[in-house]
Design a protein around this ligand. Structure first.
Ligand SMILES: C[S@@+](CC[C@H](N)C(=O)[O-])C[C@H]1O[C@@H](n2cnc3c(N)ncnc32)[C@H](O)[C@@H]1O
Length: 208
């Protein structure tokens, strides 16, 4: 059975549990790159890697969380990052990310606590992961935990969802607690072009 792109989008953004989300991405994995790049014109991976590379050391390990098939890993490598790790909820996405050959290791993870030590990474990048039905605002504190002091966290996020889904509040709490400081918030970047969806921005924080 051929599933349309619109049906994949409805499934992933309407998922009611992490299990439903992982299953939705398992089903989408094979056609994900074609759909996202050719049909939707998704520029998030390249935008996040470009902005992160302007701030972060490229010789420290970087974790691509919610890596999907590895589009951001590919961009990170192009920008000179040498030790790139990945984590994702979906087994099929993990398999495709491994096959891409740009990651030192690709971890199949559950939502919540990540299987990494405190300060293990020089940077964490998350592209298309902070959004409805995906990783919630509590993820930010977990990414801070696994990033070393002086390291960086970069993520894409729609400004409307930043406000509505509690990410702005969670980020502000971390700033008040002096866990991190905002380095850059980009201008609006075009979202899924064919659907004329709302724009996203890239945020970069330095971990204290
Ligand atoms: C829209 S895709 C983005 C994939 C890739 N970063 C890109 O830009 O092409 C979102 C990915 O995040 C993963 N994901 C969602 N929530 C997650 C979580 N809490 N932890 C790890 N991965 C998650 C999904 O399985 C999916 O592969």
């Amino acid at each position: 059975m051929q599933i349309t792109l619109d049906a994949h989008l409805a499934r992933v953004y309407g998922a009611k549990s992490p299990q439903e989300l992982a299953e939705a991405y398992d089903l989408w994995a094979e056609s994900y790159d074609r759909d996202m790049l050719e049909d939707l014109g998704w520029g998030g991976p390249e935008a996040a890697a470009t902005v992160l590379a302007a701030h972060a050391a490229t010789d420290a390990p970087v974790l691509d969380v919610g890596a999907g098939t590895g589009l951001a890993g590919e961009s990170l490598r192009k920008h000179g990052f040498a030790q790139i790790f990945a984590a994702d909820l979906s087994e099929r996405m993990v398999a495709l990310a491994r096959a891409r050959g740009v990651y030192a290791a690709v971890h199949h993870v559950s939502p919540g606590a990540l299987p990494f030590g405190d300060g293990e990474f020089g940077s964490v990048v998350a592209v298309g992961v902070l959004t409805q039905g995906h990783a919630g605002p509590e993820s930010l504190a977990e990414w801070v935990r696994i990033t070393r002091p002086g390291g960086h966290i970069a993520f894409t996020l729609r400004p409307d969802l930043h406000e509505q889904l509690g990410y702005r509040h969670a980020a502000a709490v971390l700033e008040i607690e002096k866990k991190w400081s905002l380095l850059q918030e980009t201008e609006d970047q075009p979202g899924f072009r064919r659907l004329q969806s709302k724009p996203y921005r890239v945020w970069v924080y330095r971990v204290n």
